[in-house]
Every structure is written in structure tokens, then in C-alpha cells.
Design a protein around this ligand. Structure first.
Ligand code: PEP
Ligand code: MG
Length: 598
């Protein structure tokens, strides 16, 4: 076995722990025919397995309710109710009576149910496919006597490094941070939502390892380095000691960076840059508010929905938004309406569309379900009574979407007033520029919106036709490609001419070299992960906007992504100085995938 595995650094930090291998896939079930006289015993075996799975679900449910809350735990009630379904049971029993072994009978019946649900015209029912899959895995594991991989039973303090193919919403809600110290996945890239969530949870993570679940058997001791994307297997004492020293050095460097919180983000030639925070979970707001940012540039609201059995109602949403607004005491808080779909799946779902990133996601889903959308808009309007809330619409490609959203916002306002709840007459409404269509036609929006926010994660994905979550394509996810730079440049120009604020809230803004490029493209507002604020501020304070502009203009005119990156790296290195560059910029050797994937 290799002594180390290399993946994509997704969430910084070092974890030393024991591998907990989680294989959460439907197992292969052998075709086994039973004799007539075996049928009663087989039926009995089925009922015992179902009872066992129900016991387990009750247990998981209680654990999740205690650690994450009632709403998060409700997903397991749905799964429990599937196991109580009389039709399902009758179908399996019938197949057993036709001489199929219990596991095969259960497997076939579940396959049929999954197909039926996947084709269902009702989207809510389509989303139940993932619950059916979870139930199928649970019951088959008992019938086939497979090892129990459920992460929920890890005792607190286990120092487990969770190794799995991909982190599904159902698994995410089970993560007990007192038991799990790091995450490693075969799938994913820096901009996939596993990575975003791991950063929000503050758990070191390496993604895009491709074969980690094959190479690791479970129970090995590992060092997981989320900063460089390396996993060291069965490390020596010397390895562990080296990493301990590194972890201490990182802590000291962090403390030093935190000192920057009170200093202004101003370039050496006097250009002020507004730094705001990306907040993915409401609980992050308190920490984000201590980092010296001037408000929230992107609050992602979909994590209120992901992995749950039901949508949060107006009140629950209002409480969550208000919490963030109050943590920022009057500073601007940009809240984005639900951007579910793609790899951020609502209500416990797996993608049920052949091409989810080009499918029914984000604003499309919201406009097609106006009652659900208005519920969110009412919650936002109510939260706006407590501070400076601005609303951001995701995945806009055409002006009619903005107008339809505004009409629903007006209706939502009227509905609140009819209930006697006062609300502001004007709330700034902005659009995400994250499709080539929106960037090229940015001018079409200027009379209808108050600001632009460039979502580079999706803009890169759609411009280069590279799936942001596909580890095999990570090297092709080149944000500095001249085509991407030109789209950003165009958006900034249109915004400037129209007097609109233009921000970048995608991952690009959080990366030192990229933030230098963005500064050069004329961006004066960046929204970054709270843990990246100090690092980006440090970059801004070391460089001149004029230098950055000269460098990026050459990159924009270059012919390839490699050429563009080389130009910017050279100029950035000269601007920040050799010592900074050596310390802060991961070397290509240590981030074989990560550096290119930025
Ligand atoms: C983006 O696409 O850059 C963005 C900020 O949104 P998300 O990552 O949530 O899609
Ligand atoms: Mg996006």
C-alpha cells in the first residue's frame, strides 16, 4: 500500500486520527433461489432484518436530534415510514413466496420503487429516491451480514478520519464533530459543496482522492493535511512530530494574521477594498463578525434545506437570517435566495436529473414554486427590519427571471402588510453573475438591479464546461483562463458604467493569487470565507492596484490558461516579495492538483 495519498486541499488544518471507512453504497446481491419449505423461515428473516433496521433508525434519529436538532433528524422519520409501508412489504413477501431469497426479493422490490420515484412528476417525490437508497443499504447490510459502517455510533473522542466516496446530505447531518476530526472523500473539488461545508464546520478535509475508499481498509492511523491535500498512512513518530510542529506554526501564523483584523484592507497605492464574509451556516456568523469584515457578501441559505426531510417554514428561516443580521449590527448582509440543485441537494436528495447543473436548480426552482419562494422572501423581508439586508438571486441568465422574482417580492411584501407586519419599501436586489450569459449580457440587468455579485465557482464551470465537483477534471478548472478573466472584466466595466457595486463571492476571491488578479480587474469588493479574510487582507496590503492591473491586462490578452497563470504568478511573486511567497503560497509539489485547480 502507498504510504501517502494525494488529493485536493479542501479545508485547511491538520488532523491525526484513525480511519473510519464508510462504504455507503447499495451492495451487490447474489441471486439465490430458495426451496418451498424454506419460505416461512425466509419471511421470518426479512421481518427480523426490517425490525433491526427500524431499531437502528430510531437510534440514529435520537442521536442526530440530540446533536443537530429536530428538523435535521426528521429525515430519519421519513426512512422509518418507508419501512412501515404495507405495499412495500407485501411486494417483498410476494417475491419471497416466488422462491427468491429475502435479500434478492428486497433488492428487486426497492429497485422498482426507486425507479418509480425517480420518474415521478412531483419533484418532492423524486427527491425521496435517496431515502429509499439509504433504507435499501441498511436492510441489505443486515440481510447480507455486512459490517456496520454507520458513522453515527462513533463514540465521542474517537478522533476518526471519515473516509468515504462522497459526503451526501444524509451523512452530513450525522457528522459528530466530537468524534470526527477530518474528512477524506474520493469525489469532489475545492469548490464542491462538500468542501464548502467542511470549511464551515471547521473540519480539515481532503477531497478528490479518487481511490481512498479502495486504498484504505479502515482503522489505519493517518495524518490528514487539509492545507496541502496530503494523507500520510501509518505515519512514523517522526512524521507525527513534524506535523505537530507544523500545526503549532500554523497556529502562530493564524494568530499573527488575526492581528490584521483591525487594520484596513488598503493597497500600497491607497485603494480601499471592501472585504466581506461568506456565511454558509447561521452559526458561523458570530465568528465571521470578529474577522474585521464590512458585512456579509454572501449568505448561502441552501444549507438550511440540504439534508432535511421538509422545508424550513417562514419563522424558522426568519430566525436564521435575523441571527446573521444581528451579528453584523447594521452592516450590509447579502442573503442569497435558495440555490438548491446541482450538488446542493434539497430535502435529502440525490440528483434525479441526467444533468443537474444544467437542470432545475436555483432561481428556476424558486420561480416554479412561487409559494415556497415567497415564504423565503417574507422571511427575508422580516429579517430586513433588523438591519441592512440585501437580496441576491442565483443562476440568473435572463432579465425576465429578475422581473418575475421582483414581482414575487412585491407580493410577499403585500402579504406581510396584510398580516399587519411592517416592512421596508425598498430592499436592494442583486444578481449573481455566474453564467456566461449573465456576464456577456450584464448590461441588460442594470436598470432592474442594485448590484452584481460574481460567482466564480459556477462562472468557471459554465464557461469552461468543467464540472466543478469532478475530481478527474480538477486540473482543467482553471479560473485564470483568459475567457473567464474577460467575462469578469466585462461585468466590472458594465457595473462601473451603471454605478452598480460589483463584488466577487466565489472561491477565487479567497485565493491569494486570484485576489491579486481580481484587484487588477478593478474589483473593489471581495467576499471570502471567514477563515480566509486575514490572508486576503494581507495580500491587499502588500500589493499595489496599479501593478495588479498591469499584470492582469497581460493575462487577459494571453492565449492560454497556463500563460495567464504564469504571468500573474510572476508579477504576484514580485509584488508580495519572496519571503511571503515561499511561506504563503503552496508549492506545486505539495499541491499537485490543488494549485492547478484554483
Ligand atoms: C459561485 O458559484 O461562485 C458561488 C459563490 O456560489 P456557489 O458556490 O454556492 O454555487
Ligand atoms: Mg454558484
Amino acid at each position: 500500500m502507498e504510504r501517502s495519498l494525494r488529493g485536493i486541499p479542501a479545508s485547511p488544518g491538520i488532523a491525526v486520527g484513525i480511519v473510519h471507512l464508510l462504504l455507503w453504497e447499495v451492495p451487490d446481491v447474489p441471486h439465490h433461489i430458495i426451496r418451498d419449505e424454506e419460505i416461512p423461515a425466509e419471511l421470518e428473516r426479512l421481518h427480523r432484518a426490517i425490525a433491526g433496521a427500524k431499531d437502528r433508525l430510531r437510534h440514529v434519529r435520537d442521536r442526530v436530534e440530540a446533536s443537530a436538532g429536530k428538523e435535521e433528524a426528521a429525515i430519519f422519520d421519513v426512512q422509518y415510514s418507508i419501512l412501515e409501508d404495507r405495499d412495500l412489504l407485501a411486494g417483498v413477501e410476494e417475491l419471497i413466496r416466488q422462491n427468491l431469497a429475502a435479500e434478492k426479493a428486497f433488492d428487486l422490490e426497492m429497485l422498482e420503487w426507486r425507479q418509480r420515484f425517480a420518474r415521478h412528476p412531483n419533484a418532492m417525490l423524486r427527491e425521496r429516491v435517496s431515502d429509499l437508497t439509504d433504507v435499501q443499504i441498511r436492510v441489505l447490510a443486515i440481510l447480507l451480514d455486512l459490517p456496520d459502517h454507520d458513522p453515527v455510533d462513533l463514540p465521542k473522542g474517537s478522533k476518526a478520519v471519515l473516509v468515504t466516496h462522497d459526503l451526501t446530505p444524509g451523512l452530513t447531518v450525522q457528522l459528530d464533530r466530537e468524534a470526527i476530526v477530518g474528512i477524506a472523500t474520493d469525489a469532489g473539488t475545492r469548490t464542491s459543496h462538500v468542501a464548502i461545508l467542511a470549511r464551515s464546520l471547521g473540519l480539515p478535509a481532503v477531497v478528490g482522492l479518487r481511490t481512498a475508499t479502495e486504498q484504505l481498509k479502515g482503522h489505519e492511523r493517518v495524518i490528514l493535511d487539509g492545507t496541502t491535500g496530503l494523507i500520510v498512512i501509518n505515519p512514523s513518530h517522526d512524521d507525527i512530530e513534524r506535523y505537530r510542529v507544523r500545526a503549532r506554526e500554523d497556529e502562530i501564523a493564524d494568530a499573527e494574521l488575526q492581528r490584521l483584523a483591525s487594520l484596513e484592507a488598503r493597497t500600497t497605492d491607497g485603494v480601499h477594498v471592501t472585504l466581506r464574509a461568506n456565511v454558509d451556516l447561521p452559526e458561523e456568523a458570530d465568528f465571521a463578525a470578529t474577522t474585521g469584515v464590512e458585512g456579509v457578501g454572501l449568505m448561502r441559505t441552501e444549507f438550511l434545506v440540504v439534508g432535511r426531510a421538509t422545508m424550513p417554514d417562514e419563522h424558522e428561516q426568519y430566525v436564521a437570517y435575523r441571527r446573521v443580521v444581528e451579528a453584523f449590527a447594521g452592516k450590509p448582509v447579502v442573503i442569497r435566495t435558495f440555490d438548491v440543485g446541482g450538488d446542493k441537494l434539497p430535502i435529502g436528495g440525490f440528483p434525479t436529473e441526467p444533468n443537474p447543473y444544467l437542470g432545475w436548480r436555483a432561481i428556476r426552482m424558486c420561480l416554479d414554486q412561487p409559494e415556497l419562494f415567497k415564504q423565503q422572501l417574507r422571511a427575508l423581508l422580516r429579517a430586513a427590519n433588523h438591519g441592512d439586508v440585501r437580496i441576491l438571486l442565483p443562476l440568473i441568465v435572463t432579465l425576465s427571471e429578475v422581473r418575475a422574482a421582483r414581482a414575487l417580492l412585491n407580493e410577499a411584501r403585500q402579504e406581510l402588510r396584510d398580516r399587519g407586519i411592517p416592512c421596508k419599501e425598498f430592499l436592494p436586489l442583486g444578481v449573481m453573475i455566474e453564467t456566461p450569459a449573465a456576464a456577456v449580457a450584464a448590461d441588460t440587468f442594470v436598470n432592474d438591479v442594485s448590484f452584481f455579485s460574481i460567482g466564480t465557482n459556477d462562472l468557471v464551470q459554465y464557461t469552461l464546461a468543467v464540472d466543478r465537483g469532478n475530481a478527474n477534471l480538477a486540473q482543467r478548472f482553471t479560473a485564470l483562463h483568459p475567457a473567464v478573466l474577460r467575462l469578469i472584466q466585462r461585468t466590472v466595466e458594465v457595473g462601473e458604467q451603471a454605478g452598480l457595486e460589483v463584488a466577487v463571492c466565489g472561491e477565487m476571491a479567497s485565493q491569494p493569487l486570484m485576489s491579486f488578479a481580481l484587484l487588477g480587474l478593478g474589483l473593489r469588493e471581495l467576499s471570502v470565507h471567514p477563515r480566509s479574510v486575514a490572508q486576503v487582507k494581507n495580500v491587499i496590503r502588500r500589493v499595489s492596484a496599479r501593478n495588479a492591473q498591469e499584470a492582469v491586462m497581460r493575462a487577459v490578452a494571453s492565449k492560454t490558461a497556463e500563460e495567464s497563470e504564469a504571468i500573474l504568478t510572476k508579477e504576484f511573486r514580485a509584488a508580495v516579495g519572496e519571503a511571503y511567497f515561499a511561506r504563503e503560497m503552496p508549492s506545486p509539489e505539495t499541491t499537485a492538483l490543488g494549485a492547478n485547480e484554483l
